[in-house]
Design a binder for this molecule. Structure first.
Ligand SMILES: Cc1ncc(C[n+]2csc(CCOP(=O)(O)OP(=O)(O)O)c2C)c(N)n1
Ligand code: SF4
Length: 271
């Protein structure tokens, strides 16, 4: 048994994209101090990942993975905090938390399991579902177009923006390492098939490709790459880090604003 394994019974469907995310995450943190990592999750199939990792974690409410992670980081800036979230979780239910965490540049890593529907509740459409998505709650199709979460993150001033794929474990592992090393808000959109309700495994296998990670501070270039795939079920899907800039994270700015005080004094003021 791996030291990161737990005794929880895994209840994901066979071939669910979440397995790839679990394996990549375990590999990515192999050389980290495991006592310094804290995980948070929302509610959904994605959220079960914290049950399957023998690490400190906080299973939050639907849409509240990110504010929980922000609070943990603020209380103890020494920790590396990773927020697992789903597209329903943070592009519908908790979308304002996602936007404001990016805007604040809170030093957390967000891993967005984007299976493009509410999976645990058996396949209702989310803000990331394809146009005219037919599911349990919309049998005649939802007459709406999907939003591009990474475009939203660029507009919200996120300082690290990447996309990876649950079926490309090596790429995902490397991207998670980069995101966790980033000082400031980092987000990885992980596209993943929900084999039970939106099985796009073949499409993703055929159409994903990795980009050269050049000129990462150029906003316009990042936007071009981020917009290359329109989430409409066709076109090539770029994977990689699209954007990365250095900027003081939220907690450091709180300290700078309070200049002379120690971390303890600042925390005392905040609580
Ligand atoms: C406030 C609230 N609204 C709705 C629900 C019901 N609910 C539980 S899981 C879920 C779907 C989660 O979808 P997503 O976040 O995309 O995660 P996935 O299951 O796809 O991994 C919903 C709607 C809930 N638990 N709490
Ligand atoms: S319903 Fe979809 S997302 Fe949930 S475990 Fe099954 S395949 Fe995975």
């Amino acid at each position: 048994m791996n030291k990161l394994d737990t005794n929880y019974k895994n209840t994901w469907c066979p071939f669910c994209g979440n397995f790839g995310i679990l394996v990549a995450f375990k590999r990515a943190i192999e050389n980290e101090d495991l006592n310094k990592i804290v995980l948070t999750s929302g509610i959904g199939c994605h959220a079960k990942i914290v049950d399957y990792l023998n690490l400190s974690s906080f299973y939050s409410l639907h849409g509240r993975s990110i504010p929980a992670a922000e609070g943990i980081k603020l209380a103890n800036p020494e920790l590396k905090v990773v927020a697992f979230t789903g597209d329903g979780d943070s592009l519908n239910e908790g979308i304002s938390h996602l936007i404001h965490a990016a805007k604040r540049n809170t030093d957390i890593t967000v891993i967005l399991h984007n299976n493009r529907l509410f999976a645990l509740t058996t396949g209702q459409f989310t803000a990331a579902s394809e146009d005219n998505f037919k599911g349990r709650s919309t049998p005649m199709g939802a007459p709406e177009s999907p939003i591009n979460p990474l475009e939203l993150m660029l507009a919200s001033n996120a300082t690290f923006i990447a996309r990876s794929y649950s079926g490309n474990i090596k790429h995902l592992e490397e991207t998670i390492k980069k995101a966790m090393d980033h000082k400031g808000f980092s987000i990885i959109e992980v596209i993943e098939p929900c084999v039970s309700f939106f099985n796009v495994t073949d499409f993703y296998n055929k159409n994903t490709y990795t980009i050269e990670e050049n000129n990462l501070t150029e906003r316009e270039e990042a936007l071009k790459k981020i917009r290359e795939w329109n989430y409409e079920g066709e076109g090539k899907i770029p994977l990689g880090v699209f954007y990365k800039i250095d900027k003081a994270p939220y907690f450091e700015r709180v300290l700078i604003a309070k200049k002379e005080e120690t971390v303890e004094e600042v925390l005392e003021d905040l609580i």
